[in-house]
Each structure stands twice: as C-alpha cells, then as structure tokens.
Design a protein around this ligand. Structure first.
Ligand code: PDD
Length: 278
C-alpha cells in the first residue's frame, strides 16, 4: 500500500496528519475513488472532472498542488510505486491545516492519497451477489458533492450489515436516491431504470458508464423516479460503483429478486462492463 500526503510518498502507517488538519476536524474536504485495471486508471478524467466540481461546490480554491496536471501526475506516480495492476486509488483534498475555526482559513489545500490492492475482482457474477436493505436517506441536501462527510452513509451501511444485508438503499421523500456508496438500477420488463441526477445523488462515474453501455447494447433505459415498491417488484436490481463495478442485488428486505440469481440484463451489463474496463 502506498500513502501520500502533501508532496511526499509515505507509508500508510506513518503518523503524518497534523491535529489541525481540517479534513479530520471538520470533514472539510472532498474525495474520489479511482480504480485501476492493468495498471491504468479507469475513467480518470471523469473522476478529475467530478473532483473539480466538488471543490468548486464547497468553495475550495485551486492551488498549485490541486491543479489537474499535478493530481494526474501524483496518481500515476502512486500507481507506479505500488506496482499494483488492480488498485483502488483514494484521493482526498481538504481546506488545509489551520488553527481550528469554522471560517475558511487562507492556507493551501491538503492533498492525500492511498493506493491499495482492490478487493473486488471476482470475474464470476455469481460470486458478486449482494443483498440490500431499504433505509431512510438521512443525509444533507447536497449529496452530488463527493464530500468527506459520510456519517449518515456509514451508519446506514452498518445498520444494514448488522441486520444481515450487504448494502442500504436509501429513500428520500418516498423515492429511492442511491446506495450508501453506490448508485441503484432496476430492470422491469427488459427496461433499465435509475433515478435521475439531482442534488440528492452522486453522479456516479460507473452509473454514466452503464447508461452508455446500455445504449450501445440497445437496452431501453429511463432516468426516472423509483419508489421502494418499484425496487421490491423489480425483475432485477443492481448497484454500481467504482469499487463494486456492477453488483447484482438478489434480495431487498424480505423480498427475493429474480429468484435469488443475477438477472439476464444485469449479467449482460456486467459482462460488457468488465469487457470495457479490463
Ligand atoms: N463511492 N453514490 C455514493 C454515495 C458513492 O459514495 C459512490 C462511490 C457512488 C458511485 O460513484 P462512482 O461510480 O463514481 O464510484 C454513488 C466510492 C466508491 C466510495 O466512497 O468508496
């Protein structure tokens, strides 16, 4: 595992974050998770676009160490140093190090990164199946920002796990928003549905990849509001993220989905996703 903090590659065991770093005191920052396949970061520019958007959204000013060229450079350096073919790159930008006070300090941003071996690499879709629990979306109104504030996400994920499920599918105002760290798709009568982009969900890079793949596979697809009942009555359900890729959901609460097997369209999409990524 490779670590990086403000200009230096370090061991992830090193104690490097100053007490007054705003990331850990306030969660005052944003992040990205990027997957590499065969040593190459997948959809890197899309992730960097979103990182820039997130920074703007929290008024985190660009500085020399957060410029795109520089971020791209340290990401490639980290991947190379790790010597990993299949890695998860976690990159975080915070409002920097300054004596604790709520107002923005006038200091450079902090940039940190880890590059570690990725966990999810089974090529067989049957080894990927997961279950999900419906859970209230208790987050704020700006979930399109990939911010460090993940407390409601981790609480929902832990609640789901303690109840024997793999992921929590979040419900806001009677509609599905997304998973705690994934986007949600359902299939009904051969048509793919996913919630539309809004301030309530993250514009997943994998979500976009899947929409493009569906279109090239001529699978009809609609971005539309989805109710919890729609999810339970779906022919197929799957979630997507950089780390989970395409993960079939075979049970939602007590409701089995597609007889507890990955569905036909999910499998098609899973295969073409892996084909594109690997
Ligand atoms: N999470 N929605 C949320 C709330 C997420 O945290 C993520 C990703 C996604 C999927 O986005 P993408 O396809 O761009 O990875 C959707 C990352 C992987 C994480 O926090 O670990």
């Amino acid at each position: 595992t490779i670590g990086y903090f403000n200009g230096e590659f370090i061991s992830t065991d090193d104690s490097v974050i100053p007490i007054d770093e705003r990331g850990h005191q306030f969660g005052d920052g944003v992040y990205e998770v990027i997957r590499t396949y065969n040593g190459i970061p997948f959809k890197l520019e899309e992730h960097l676009d979103r990182l820039e958007m997130s920074m703007k959204a929290i008024q985190l000013p660009q500085s020399a160490n957060t410029e795109r060229e520089h971020l791209r450079f340290i990401i490639y350096q980290g991947i190379e140093k790790s010597q990993l073919q299949n890695a998860d790159v976690y990159i975080q930008i915070t409002r920097g190090i300054a004596t604790r006070q709520h107002l923005f300090p006038n200091v450079p941003a902090s940039v940190s990164m880890t590059v570690r071996s990725s966990k999810f690499s089974a090529n067989n879709i049957h080894d990927r199946v997961m279950t999900a629990m419906l859970h209230e979306d208790e987050r704020w109104k700006n979930c399109y920002i990939k911010s460090l504030n993940l407390l409601p996400n981790i609480l929902a994920k832990q609640t789901a796990t303690d109840a024997g499920f793999g992921e929590a599918i979040l419900i806001r105002d009677h509609y599905i928003s997304e998973g705690t760290s994934s986007n949600v798709f359902i299939v009904k009568e051969e048509t793919l549905y996913t919630p539309p982009l809004s301030h309530h969900i993250l514009a997943g890079v994998t979500r976009k990849t899947i929409l493009d793949l569906a279109s090239s596979l001529s699978i009809p697809c609609e971005e539309t509001e989805i109710t919890p009942e729609d999810v339970k009555n779906a022919d197929e359900v799957f979630i997507t993220s950089t780390t989970l890729e395409v993960t079939p959901i075979i049970k939602v609460d007590d409701q089995m989905i597609s007889h507890g097997q990955p569905g036909k369209i999910t499998t098609k999409i899973f295969n073409s996703f892996l084909n594109e990524a690997k």
